[in-house]
Design a protein around this ligand. Structure first.
Ligand code: CA
Length: 353
């Protein structure tokens, strides 16, 4: 201790605190040297090499972004004009940059369906590859997870490293749930000025009984049957429309999958026909069938065009089309009007064959 002219006690510097930690390539680094002593000491590198990209301030802050991987040794001296100055030998090791892998939202995947799992890795530019750790539950093709069976799906992510980047890994764990079964079905026609009008098909009817849903609208074209599944459809096989004798009815013009909906366009379905619509091999796992009766004017779905149908038609005459009443536009003109009533009346007493 030395007494200054001003009378303040002066002490030589001494390092305090732990030595600096290691860092990572291209990753911000900051460490502050501390030392005791009066007056406040300053810091300098007096020999050796600091990691490229890092610099030391006189206040003791070693900071920057390392631009090279390696181990760098140097001598740091702290001084405040009071002898002796203190030195510390340091070695700062710069490791490759870490490449954590982040996943997007986990997909809702059911057995027989699929969904995308997005994964973003580090800055090496190397691709992130995904693989399944549970092949019996899920497989993966690129970023598309394919549900195989109900259970816990484990997806492993890997990104290779290089001279400046460490290899990255990640794990996504989620459930593949349920079975790929029909959740809804509709008989759909598009009405002018209104749009799609869907008559829900009763899925509980699994035979050609009269209890099946009746499609009461007359149409020579534009008929669709929509089969709805709980997750995106990955593919489908043949679609058939058959009668009670297993004979094909009309023709299947077109089948498209959009999300969970399989949209089946039908042509030349005769009136007064009970049919079974079957979609085979949906998403490689499911065959789904619905039963539907085409019988114009039978808006009550009773199998008979009765006085009740006529009065129900009268009540709705001139109502604007809505989801609730659009099936009463039996001639698909875009309006529920006298023409529809005339049509229903003309069929009074007819029974579904
Ligand atoms: Ca009409």
């Amino acid at each position: 201790m030395v007494a200054s002219a001003a009378g303040h006690a002066q002490t030589a510097p001494q390092f305090t605190g732990n030595p600096p930690p290691g860092g990572n390539f291209n990753t911000a680094y900051s460490y502050t040297f501390t030392a005791s002593g009066t007056p406040a000491p300053t810091f300098a590198r007096t020999s050796g090499t600091l990691p490229p990209g890092l610099s030391l301030s006189s206040g003791g802050v070693l900071s920057g972004t390392p631009t090279a991987v390696g181990s760098y040794s140097s001598v740091i001296t702290t001084s405040n004009g009071v002898s002796p100055a203190a030195t510390r030998n340091i070695t700062v090791s710069i490791q490759p940059k870490l490449q954590p892998i982040f996943f997007g939202p986990y997909p809702q995947v059911m057995a027989g369906s699929s969904g995308f799992l997005l994964a973003a890795g580090g800055t090496s530019g190397n691709p992130v590859s995904l693989s399944s750790g549970t092949q019996s539950v899920c497989t993966i093709s690129g970023s598309l997870v394919i549900g195989i069976s109900e259970g816990t799906c484990i997806i492993l992510a890997f990104q290779a490293g290089n001279a400046t980047h460490a290899a990255g890994t990640g794990t996504a764990i989620f459930e593949v749930v349920g079975v790929f079964a029909l959740t809804d079905a509709f008989s759909r026609l598009t009405h002018p000025g209104f749009g799609d009008c869907d008559v829900p098909i009763d899925l509980a009817v699994a035979d050609f009984s009269g209890a099946a849903t009746v499609e009461p609208r007359q149409a020579t074209s534009g008929r669709q049957v929509v089969l709805r599944f709980p997750a995106a459809i990955t593919g489908f096989g043949a679609v058939t429309v058959t009668d009670v004798n297993d004979v094909a009815v009309g023709s299947v013009e077109n089948v498209t999958g959009g999300g969970g909906d399989l949209m089946i366009s039908l042509a030349d379905i005769p009136d007064g026909k009970r049919v079974k619509v079957t979609a085979n091999n949906v998403s490689g796992a499911t065959t789904a069938s619905v039963y539907l009766n085409f019988f114009a004017g039978d808006t009550s779905s009773s199998g008979l065009v009765s006085a009740a149908d006529i009065s129900a038609q009268k009540i709705r005459r001139n109502q604007p089309l809505s989801a609730d009443n659009c099936r009463f536009d039996v001639n698909v003109s875009g309006a529920i009007d006298n023409a529809d009533l005339v049509q229903v009346r003309s069929r009074s007493g007819q029974q579904l064959p």
